[in-house]
Design a protein around this ligand. Structure first.
Ligand SMILES: [Zn+2]
Length: 216
């Protein structure tokens, strides 16, 4: 089985691992995987992922580390890779055309509700003067509305009417992106819960293992 997948239309080097690559939270397994695909694991920057809304700007001084107290990373340094662990949450990878900007976001519903996407866009505008029309987005594998049932109060929070408790977080994310003028959105369309052979799913298995999505 393939150890990773990627989205052909997203024209920046990236991937999401599958179960076959193993638990990416395990440092030894992760490092071996990166070496096997000719990437230097020491160039990876990760976050401790707390389901918050903080975005941090990182550079090569942050290579080979976990950034505390944030769920999203932005860099304009081409020598580092940004990674997000998931097992049902939405991994978002982005780049800006005509610039070196790369972004990785761990987008669970709490972070999305608390404005992590707006925070990322605020940083792009203020610090990097990126035009939103130039941003290209990859939506990685996550639990989709086919398998994601939540309490009706979550629908109320997002002002969407849930049918049979089914919650479609990626469509909420897409709407937020489009509202900001981002239209180049490429969704790999996999459901982590559905695809038992391919992905870890916290909801399905209460597992501790995670896949990783990386923008190189
Ligand atoms: Zn599903």
């Amino acid at each position: 089985m393939e150890q990773f997948i990627s989205e052909k239309s997203f024209l920046h080097k990236h991937f999401t691992t599958t179960k076959a690559a193993g638990d990416m939270k395990n440092e030894a397994i992760r490092n071996n995987f990166f070496i096997s695909v000719n990437l230097n694991p020491a160039n990876l920057v990760l976050t401790n992922q707390i389901h918050g809304n903080n975005i941090r700007v990182v550079d090569s001084s942050n290579r080979n580390s976990f950034i505390d107290n944030c769920d999203g990373l932005v860099t304009e340094n081409k020598d580092i890779m940004l990674g997000i662990f998931t097992a049902d949450c939405v991994p978002l990878l982005m780049f800006a055309e005509n610039s070196k900007i790369k972004i990785a976001i761990h987008a669970g519903w709490k972070s999305v509700y608390d404005g992590i996407i707006e925070n990322a866009f605020g940083i792009l505008k203020k610090k990097f003067a990126v035009k939103y029309q130039e941003i290209v987005v990859y939506i990685g594998p996550h639990i989709r509305s086919c398998c994601y049932k939540v309490g009706y109060e979550i629908g109320t929070k997002f002002n969407v009417k849930l049918i049979d408790k089914k919650f479609d977080l990626s469509s909420i994310i897409c709407n937020k992106l489009k509202k900001n003028g981002v239209n180049k959105i490429f969704d790999i369309k996999y459901c982590t819960y559905h695809e038992q052979d391919l992905f870890f799913s916290y909801r399905r298995d209460r597992c501790t293992e995670r896949i990783i999505s990386v923008i190189v």
